[in-house]
Write a protein that binds this ligand. Sequence first.
Ligand code: CS2
Length: 489
Amino acid sequence: MTRLSPAALETLPAEVERPAYDRAATRIGVVHLGIGAFHRAHQAVYLDDRLAAGEPDWAICGASLRSPDTRDALGPQEGLYTLAVRSGAGERLRVVGSVRQLLVAPSNPEALLQAMSDPAVRIVSLTVTEKGYCHDPATGTVREDHPDIVADLAHPREPRSAPGYLAEALRRRRAAGLAPFTVLCCDNLPANGRTVHTVLSRFAELIDPDLGRFVAGEVAFPSTMVDRIVPATTDADRAAIADRLGVQDAWPVMTEPFTQWVIEDRFGAGRPRLEDSGATLVGDVAPYELMKLRLLNGSHSTLAYLGYLAGYETVSDVMADAAFARLVRGLMDEEVTPTLPVPPGADLAGYKRSLQERFANPALKHRTWQIAMDGSQKLPQRLLGTIRDRLAADAPFRRLALGVAAWMRYVSGVDEGGRPIDVRDPMSARLRALADEAGPVADRLAPALLGIGEIFGDLARDPRFAAPVTEALRRLLAKGAKRTVAGLG
Ligand code: CS2
């Protein structure tokens, strides 16, 4: 079968949407670090719309900081890939053309630094996942002992971490008399722009105090809230898309109809008219971001840990169990909603209803195991911040506590049938060692894991937190996830 390519666009079935602009006439204005499926289902689509709307300066150079897989898959396709939007109503296909160049940082760091130093580049955006910022999730500050940070501080001109690339590229631009790019974080971190500003200012300061002052004072870091559910692509997806296209796409991206992007309108060097492609430009993203992290991602993680333990493969499988659907409604309505400042004009009840429908989308096949990844980096902003607010209000949080306990049960590495769990987490070795030492006993396992300051911070020492979490873990260990959730009422 022939491969997806610019020439093959002509041969696609009529119903497949494709770039309605001259790709060759576009210029790269955005370098994106972390060109995974999420970026390609989200920011790259908004920019594809801007290119089609007659803003040719915002094509993307996408870089991977680790693996060559995306470049290897999309390079031969000149960056083209298919977006499959799936719902109960069927599947819509669109070939996206906004990615014009693909780089792999480790195999050619200089090419990436040059791309980031190009005068035409005005935005460097990032989806490098929570752990890619090398920060302490509990405090939001850079981990100066992180191996990549240690290496980049020793050799700042040959970086390997995301902060390392940003700092070196900003240094080069400054030395060349070029304006800095805007740093646009699109990861699910709290106050993501501010967090990256803090991380990068400190990191740059450690390299050179002058560079640190420049980054702190002269570079724009608007915060964003990004939302679209993007399950990992499977081989079955690849085969199904090839069938529909009549050509082979090595890496199509699967997603849902819903998409949302809320961005603080603080760009240092210009921006595309993203508001004309459905993004919301605001002064302060904080209320939107809290709403999304706590309602969507908090529920997601809770469903992922409990659902995995209960033997459910996908989020829609979990939602089909009435007790779990009830748990998520109770979590949102009773425990999360009272902690949220409502964003201007937002319809919180409608938002929560739509979340439940999105989770239940049977066409998505979003694996619980995928969401369960990197819990040590996710828990603080998804569950622990809400719990802090509940504690401050002297209010109960038994479902949130159960979510935390399910994470503990999950990272101990053995499922309810005695089979090993493939726990993917930057702290997995430490988590496993603590769990092995404690054994499957709630009164030992809970305190052992709560002692991890990078995750729990001040909560570790709060008995009002430890007691309900330990109690929930006790029930999980004794009765299993299904019966525990059913027993919640
Ligand atoms: C998910 C998110 O994998 C996860 O942790 O909770 O990727 C989620 O699907 C997105 O944030 C939705 O916008």
